[in-house]
Write a protein that binds this ligand. Structure first.
Ligand SMILES: NC(=O)c1ccc[n+]([C@@H]2O[C@H](COP(=O)([O-])OP(=O)(O)OC[C@H]3O[C@@H](n4cnc5c(N)ncnc54)[C@H](OP(=O)(O)O)[C@@H]3O)[C@@H](O)[C@H]2O)c1
Length: 455
């Protein structure tokens, strides 16, 4: 691939951190959509960036295999060098950031993108980083332009679109009250997770107080209006018989991201205006958001066996206790395989393990067949809708599929998206064709059942 013919013109896309475990799969996914494969692709020009050009060249060879690597420019950039990031951001329309942990490396990249006005997507699953970027840059980019959207990976797009998909099944006068997601990771080999995700979870424990402090220092966001009572807390370990799993609450980024999306929707009931929308597009967006009914949302990690859940709780206790102290964090990150009981290891899964893995995320929505029942003081939900999102391995297959489809939308439908702002993926991509695109690329959305609950 050539550099843009005019030295002042910009790359469509730069992937930063393409040499990482996840970045290399993101690159492999991006290559499927290059102009060389699809001439009309919105990715006409692509560059890779990172601190080690040789490693990036090797990654390009790996990602293009068995084809020869296309001539993609390699740019040097280090997150500890703001000038290198400014040069990068000035040369592209869109940055895909795969350098984590984001709380350590992300802020200078966002700052450079804000300064240049280019768009930015990442695969972060760290709530404190996301909310800090929103606090620091949202006002600035709303006027100046430039979209900053984190969590465009498995964290948190299946949850965001999954909640909307379930919520949109509550047609006519039906309203959901609560949507509970049950996430099950499956494989006929051993399930091995992304080490970066483990590292983020460990550092997240250390940063939990910072997030609370940040929230206290900011005006409260609008709360979505949800018909019916707040759901009861429920047991710590749940046996969800209808889907045949044991489950325990997962302190994931998903519920925080979904809540932020619902707050933005509460503040903007018709969604976010596109920078240059056609009247048909305005109508389409407004119709979409009028069909999304907010609900309380939580995520549980699920397993077919009670033993699986006890294992998960043990790992959670290790992370929760040791993650609070510097020495404990060092231990966790030094011996991830020991403290995660084999779920995470530093060198990630093999390609075989990646191929054999998949996820199922059920969304069990409970609510009312008629919202007037709630107004009459009926407190017990009388209806249940179960939907499901399924897809391949979460860190290396699903995350790159989602990130690249989000990138293609930003590059091809920019007029329909807000001029600028720091947003969650759901509020920006909800009314676009992202769900359809994911379905075409191996991530399914299905309605499993609709039933009446006896009171
Ligand atoms: N949202 C999700 O569901 C999801 C899924 C997967 C991963 N993730 C997140 O993605 C992040 C990356 O994960 P990973 O497993 O791919 O990590 P990784 O293998 O450690 O890769 C990190 C990448 O960042 C680069 N990098 C590190 N320090 C840098 C610096 N100072 N300047 C420029 N580049 C630098 C590395 O470059 P070198 O090659 O030069 O070391 C490498 O390319 C993590 O935060 C993880 O939590 C999220």
């Amino acid at each position: 691939m050539e550099e843009p013919s005019n030295p002042d013109s910009k790359f469509d896309l730069i992937i930063l951190g393409a040499s990482g475990f996840t970045g290399k799969y993101v690159l492999r996914e991006a290559l499927k959509f290059l102009n060389t494969t699809t001439p009309s692709s919105p990715i006409q020009t692509l560059a890779l960036a990172g601190r080690n050009p040789n490693k990036l060249l090797q990654t390009l060879a790996w990602a293009s295999h068995p084809n020869p690597p296309p001539p993609i420019p390699i740019l040097t950039a280090d997150t500890s060098s703001p000038p290198s990031l400014s040069r990068l951001a000035a040369r592209t329309r869109l940055v895909l950031n795969c350098v984590g942990p984001f709380r350590l490396h992300g802020a200078p990249v966002v700052a450079a993108c804000v300064e240049s006005g280019c768009d930015y997507l990442d695969i972060c699953g760290e709530p404190e980083f996301m909310e800090r970027m929103e606090a620091e840059y949202h006002e600035n980019v709303v006027e100046r332009g430039g979209l900053i959207i984190s969590a465009c990976g498995f964290d948190s797009v299946p949850a965001e679109l999954g909640v909307m998909f379930n919520s949109r099944q509550w047609v006519a006068a039906g309203v959901p009250n609560r949507i509970e997601a049950y996430l099950s990771l499956e494989s006929d080999k051993r399930v091995v997770g992304n080490f970066g995700t483990f590292e983020s979870a460990v550092l997240g424990v250390a940063n939990a107080d910072k997030l609370q402090e940040l929230r206290r220092s900011r005006p409260r966001r609008a709360r979505p209006v949800i018909p019916g009572p707040s759901p009861p807390k429920g047991p710590t370990i749940e046996h969800e018989k209808k889907i045949g799993v044991w489950a325990v609450k997962l302190p994931s980024a998903d519920s925080i991201v979904v809540r932020r999306t619902l707050s933005t929707l509460q503040e903007n009931p018709h969604g976010l205006k596109g920078v240059n929308e056609s009247p048909e597009q305005i109508k389409k967006r407004e119709t979409f958001w009028s069909s999304v009914k907010p609900a309380h949302f939580g995520v549980k990690i699920a397993s077919k066996s009670l033993f699986g859940i006890l294992r998960l709780i043990t790992v959670g206790i290790f992370i929760g206790l040791l993650g609070k102290f510097a020495f404990g964090r060092r231990l966790l990150l030094q011996f991830p395989s020991v403290f995660s009981l084999g779920w995470f290891r530093k060198n990630g899964p093999t390609e075989d393990e990646v191929r054999s893995a998949s996820f199922k995320m059920w969304f069990v929505g409970t609510g009312f067949s008629d919202s007037t029942h709630v107004a009459q003081g009926n407190k017990k939900p009388n209806m249940e809708i179960i939907t499901r999102v399924t897809g391949p391995e979460i860190g290396y297959l699903t995350t790159p599929i989602i990130l690249i489809q989000c990138a293609l939308i930003v590059l091809s439908q920019r007029d329909n998206l807000p001029k600028g702002g720091v947003y969650t993926p759901g509020i920006v991509f909800g009314p676009t064709d992202l769900q359809k695109r994911l379905q075409e690329n191996g991530i399914s959305f299905d309605v499993i059942s609709k039933s009446t609950l006896s009171n």
